[in-house]
Design a protein around this ligand. Sequence first.
Ligand SMILES: [Zn+2]
Length: 278
Amino acid sequence: MGRFYLSQPYEASPGGKAVPLCGQGQRPVNPGPRPAGRSFDGKIERMPDGFKDHGGVYRVRAFQALNWLDHGFGTRNSPAFDALPATQAKQVHSDRVLTVREASTCAGVGDALVTDRPGLRLAVRTADCIPVLLVDREKRVVAAVHAGWRGTLAGIAQRTVETMTQKFGCAPEDLEAALGPGIGACCFEVGPEVAKLFDPQQETKTRLDLHGLNRRQLISAGLRPAKIHLVGLCTRCAESDFYSFRRDGARAGRMVSSIALLETRTSLQQPRPCEQKN
Ligand SMILES: [Zn+2]
């Protein structure tokens, strides 16, 4: 196993469009061919599987295609999305996963929420940490995860998959994940004391790749690589879109990311057929 926490390449999905967004639009001039296994300067400069809508919310195409699902990664410019009523937890950078059966603004202490209840929106708040949204298309179960470096080290994404498997009967290969905006390897330098926690061999400072780490964790938990979608984007680089704890310190705001199973269509009243002849 190599130093997997260092900057990892991000493969675009087939047909995925490369969008330069990290580094506030600056990208290397004529960078030449990309060396295999490396991204430029370790920056996440692409958004292979997502797009930003008119409300300032990043969405993943694969999730957007499901008409019974609503999801999104909020930005600092998405007040309407942020204000949607949502169930949240007191986040403590742990590996604790909460099973949610009813809507609550304080579902408990933990860093991941799972539910199979339609109409119940699950939300996490981040400002550099990685928001991860999960869905099981077969069983119709959803989860929202807050994964900073401590949560990633504790295995929060993996714990969430385990909870979905054990408590909701999900099969990991049916699960689909979306990794939202968070601090990129370009900006997340950590000292040897933190680096060592991820790799005991590491004795100097290094850059952590939280997107890559969580992606690998989900693959270890049984998800198919093709079903892990990446919005990517570095919260520290893209100041106009995101809050960043590293950049703004304690005054940093928080972005809201959420996911919800929509109420089934059958619960809507059928309109009476029109008897009037046109
Ligand atoms: Zn960055």
